[in-house]
Design a binder for this molecule. Structure first.
Ligand SMILES: C[S@@+](CC[C@H](N)C(=O)[O-])C[C@H]1O[C@@H](n2cnc3c(N)ncnc32)[C@H](O)[C@@H]1O
Length: 320
């Protein structure tokens, strides 16, 4: 069996993506032993925060549609960009050799960097937290500007694990305001996974910056995945409070223009958004045969009548 055939076999038999499969093969030293392969897959780093809009459940569907990862993307030569990284579900699925991650949420970005550079200090700090409402409120009220980076990361992970539904929402002053959650036994310090994440981030750059900065850096052949705050499905369904800035019509059009610039440059571009007439309209305005608006089933369901559960759809726009 050639290396290419072995990679394809691993991809298919173990249901993993085409970027991670060669990495698995390298670590088995060419020997396709299913037990060893499964062990490597099970030991992979996972997202360390729960993030609204996390893409984990959707990736299998993207792969089955032949849209992910893009066939022409050569991860051994080119760079993967994820400028709305959030929990990083796609980054952790791909584990590419070179990646540039960014987000406007500074506490989140500080946390990524502390895990990358100072994971043992962070683990020590996380072990000191208590799972009590009073304590949660005290930690939530702390001023980030007065904390060290390790303290910011420790507070961020603690709040994410113990707040209501792992949500992230800030008020107009940028203060985290999600209430205490009802999870009886949250895993505040998943030290094994944090160490794996630290290793996975070794060659990765993570910055607090606006997504538009990707335009300054991405080159032909690079792969850019955009997972922005979604355009609201209805006026009441709006959930765009990850940061203090809003992300509505004007911002969605600017993002569409960035998508098109990267397309013209020869990057592979993939973008998720809600399946709404506005989003479909702005991408169909591009009138370029290569740009496709694919409809996918969203992993979550809506429950408008209390009992009826319906699947909702979202779009995956690609230029390949
Ligand atoms: C839908 S979430 C991404 C979810 C992520 N794909 C995951 O799997 O967890 C959108 C992210 O965009 C970030 N964001 C909002 N406005 C931004 C901007 N202008 N530039 C960069 N990031 C931004 C938010 O902080 C949030 O983390």
């Amino acid at each position: 069996m050639t290396t290419a055939q072995a990679v394809k076999k691993i991809e298919k038999d173990f249901d993993i993506n085409a970027i991670f499969a060669p990495h698995v093969l390298r670590h088995t030293k060419g020997d396709i032993d299913p037990v060893i392969i499964q062990k490597i897959i099970d030991e992979k780093a996972k997202p360390f925060v729960k993030w609204v809009g996390g893409k984990r459940q959707l990736l299998k569907q993207f792969r089955e549609l032949g849209l992910y990862p893009p066939e022409g993307f050569d991860a051994s030569k080119n760079t993967y960009y994820e400028p709305f990284v959030g929990g990083g579900a796609v980054f952790f699925d791909l584990l590419p050799k070179t990646a540039v991650l960014s987000d406007m949420n500074n506490d989140l970005v500080v946390t990524y960097n502390v895990i990358k550079n100072n994971v043992e200090e962070l683990i020590k700090s996380l072990k000191k937290h208590k799972h009590e409402k009073e304590y949660f409120l005290k930690v939530r009220a702390r001023k980030v500007s007065e904390l060290s980076d390790v303290e910011i990361a420790s507070r961020f992970i603690f709040l994410n694990r113990t707040c209501f539904n792992g949500m992230y929402r800030v008020n107009s002053k940028g203060e985290f305001n999600v209430p205490f959650g009802d999870n009886k036994n949250p895993l505040i310090c998943d030290e094994e996974n944090l160490r794996k994440v630290s290793l996975a981030l070794k060659n990765v750059s993570i910055k607090t910056e606006d997504y538009k900065n990707v335009l300054k850096k991405a080159k032909k052949g690079d792969f850019v995945y955009f997972d922005p705050p979604y355009f609201p499905v209805s006026k009441t369904a709006s959930f765009t409070a990850y940061t203090t800035g809003s992300f509505l019509e004007k911002e969605q059009i600017e993002l569409r223009d960035t998508f098109y610039e990267l397309h013209k440059r020869g990057c592979f571009v993939m973008l998720s958004n809600s399946d709404t007439p506005f989003i479909k309209k702005i991408y169909s305005e591009l009138k370029d045969k290569k740009i496709k608006i694919n409809i996918v089933q969203a992993g979550r369901s809506i429950n408008s009548k209390g009992t009826g559960r319906g699947k909702i759809t979202e779009v995956l726009v690609t230029n390949y």
